[in-house]
Design a protein around this ligand. Sequence first.
Ligand code: NAD
Ligand code: MG
Length: 383
Amino acid sequence: MIMKKIAILGSTGSIGTQSLDVARKHGYKVTALVAGSNIKLLEEQIREFKPALVAVMDEEAGKQLALAVKDTETKVTFGRQALVDIAANNSADIVINAIVGIAGLEPTLAAINAKKDIALANKETLVTGGDLVKRAIKQNGVKLLPVDSEHSAIFQCLQGVPNGALKSILLTASGGPFFGKLKDELKNVTVAEALKHPNWTMGAKITIDSASLMNKGLEVIEAVHLFDVSPDDITVVVHRQSIIHSAVELSDGAVIAQLGTPDMRLPIQYALTYPERSDCQAERLDLFKVGLMTFDRPDTETFRCLPACISAIREGGLKPTAVNGANEAAVKLFLDGKIGFLQIGELVEAALNAQPTVKEFTLDDVLAADKAARQLVFSLVKQ
Ligand code: NAD
Ligand code: MG
């Protein structure tokens, strides 16, 4: 296999650290790392992987890190512009974007415009800037490889499938910690309860999104962009065991699924080795241990974020940006104990309704719509 050079944006997070596990196993050269503020872990990563460049979002933390690693060859920069610059100006063949939230959009665009392939975990990039990203991908002739487990599964299932043969997508969802609960039972759930995901260990924001089904809504939007399908061709299937990572239905009725243990290192690795396959650290699947697999419809009456996202992508324009921005703000408020769990869905719906429909938009319009949705959330919560 060809030796890869990789850069990781969001290297201290759940996907970031698992990407470094994969890099360690395969001996990939790590050329650049970017993170928010966890400089203790970043310092360890610098000493182990010796990247030429590191950018830290938080300026104070960045300055401290620069001092701490003075004895190394790594150049540390800090601030928002620094991380966008590093996404573009590094010697990697492929940039893994594992930043959380819309903060990942500009670095993704910068890397694409610098003609780098992208392994994309940061789904908010496609949700908010899907059209802009796809245009940039085409113009620059680079590849966008999905890391999100469901989208990696769909991508894997589509290998060898002729153009035009994809009929629909079966997007699986674990259902999260609150599967089967009704609105009344969810009024007073705590942050700790919402953070208890049954099958996956992930960052806090995506774990809350999994509990509210916002994550599945964002993934519907992500799938529309990645696979050029209509939202009507995507069926969300609650599959509690998270063994089937998603499936595709083809024109002749054949359904092809990708199965595996819930471990993100496989989709991360596949994005890096594609189209090759190689040994992976993830635990092997034993169907006898799984025993039973179940399938349910999502409860869209209780979990309002999912239908809000589907409406957003149907209506298009900046509506997906608005639901995403409202959700990012609402999840932060929920994690800070300032709003209840069910309010997340109400705020997302409010942003969906408040965002006017537009057809054409620029990056500045996306950033403005994101800001407006966040402001709407804060104004509604203050009342
Ligand atoms: P996380 O919170 O564990 O890590 C986020 C990383 O991004 C950290 O390194 C953090 O320092 C960095 N970061 C946060 N804000 C930043 C900013 N403004 N600028 C620069 N860096 C910033 O999150 P995660 O669970 O690893 O998720 C990352 C992305 O991958 C999300 O978009 C998530 O939806 C997606 N994803 C995650 C999983 C998973 O299993 N964790 C699975 C599928 C998709
Ligand atoms: Mg996923």
